[in-house]
Design a protein around this ligand. Structure first.
Ligand code: RIB
Length: 306
């Protein structure tokens, strides 16, 4: 079983479904309200655990109801929570999410305790990080902590997989420690120093980013699949068509699945294809961790669509 450590955010998602997303200033009557466990880091951890990894989560929750809810969800998925700290001085992280028919969403995060995840939290998990097969990172905790964790992993030769979301420019020193990066087009544009509104070919973005990281660059293109660049060669892996209900956590499921597949020794093309199936299943369900499929579901789905 591959050992995977996730350092990142842990949130509770407060979700309202709606026929269509409101425009600024507009009030809409929506559909159902749900409370789901979420957070990009915690979602990745749940995905990696459900899909076959032995997973440790490093992060912070508040000493409140949501913190207990988040910890329980991680535990129920089999994620080790020994390095999830309860921070008495902050509320648990929360995300307000609206999901429209067809699956598109908007998300605003109040990071709370996740915003206080610090290098000391990483230090406490140093031994498991040093012995892990992969470290998964995203950008909903302080950048200083992300860099610190990447450095520790890199020092021990541990594969570092970064989902650079939410989009922001990143220091070159961080990217140099990353073995695989999975931006969407907006995130990729920002990593290249472009205005996120500027249109650039994904292959051009990937080629530029590849000069700054240690290994493959995977640009995630939603319904268009994934464009991977490895050693200057491009590889296009199509998405798996499904009826979309909610895109929340599709990217997190993709990252968790990719980490499991690669650390089990699959080649990159196979790993992306399998992770695409995992993400596609997640898109057919409402919520974040509630939408992450099991290994059997992904294997059956990937097998049946060959
Ligand atoms: O990637 C989806 C996640 O982003 C949600 O679960 C929400 O908590 C935000 O962090």
């Amino acid at each position: 079983m591959p050992g995977i450590v996730v350092v990142g955010s842990i949130h509770t998602d407060l979700v309202i479904t709606t026929e269509r997303l409101p425009t600024p200033g507009e009030t809409r009557i929506g559909g159902e309200f749900h409370t789901f466990p979420g957070g990009k880091g915690a979602n990745q951890a749940v995905a990696a655990a459900r899909l076959g990894g032995e997973v440790w989560m490093v992060g912070r929750v508040g000493a409140d109801l949501y913190g207990r809810f988040q910890r329980e969800s991680l535990g129920a998925a089999g994620v080790h929570t020994d390095f999830v700290t309860t921070d008495a001085d902050a509320a648990s992280g929360v995300a307000l999410i609206m999901v429209e028919r067809g699956g598109n969403n908007t998300i605003v995060v109040a990071p709370g305790a996740s915003g206080r995840c610090a290098p000391e939290d990483v230090d406490r998990a140093a031994a498991v990080i040093a012995g892990a097969d992969a470290l998964l990172l995203q950008l909903e905790i302080p950048l200083e902590t992300v860099e610190y964790a990447a450095r520790l992993a890199a020092q021990h030769g541990v594969r570092v997989i970064l989902d650079p979301a939410p989009a922001q420019p990143l220091p070159p020193a961080l990217l140099e420690m990353v073995h695989l990066v999975t931006p969407n087009e907006t995130e990729a544009a920002l990593l290249c120093g472009f205005d996120p509104g500027e249109r650039h070919e994904p292959a051009e973005l990937a080629a530029r980013i590849q000069q700054r990281v240690r290994g493959p660059v995977l640009i995630t293109l939603g319904a268009q699949g994934v464009l991977a660049m490895v050693d200057g060669q491009t590889l296009q892996v199509p998405a798996v068509p499904v009826e979309a209900v909610d895109a929340t956590a599709a990217g997190d499921t993709f990252s968790g699945a990719l980490a499991v597949a690669l650390t089990e020794g699959r080649n990159l093309a196979d790993a992306i294809r399998w992770a695409n199936h995992a993400a596609a299943l997640a898109v057919t369900r409402l919520g974040a961790q509630s939408a992450v499929p099991t290994r059997r579901e992904v294997d059956d789905f990937a097998g049946s669509s060959c």
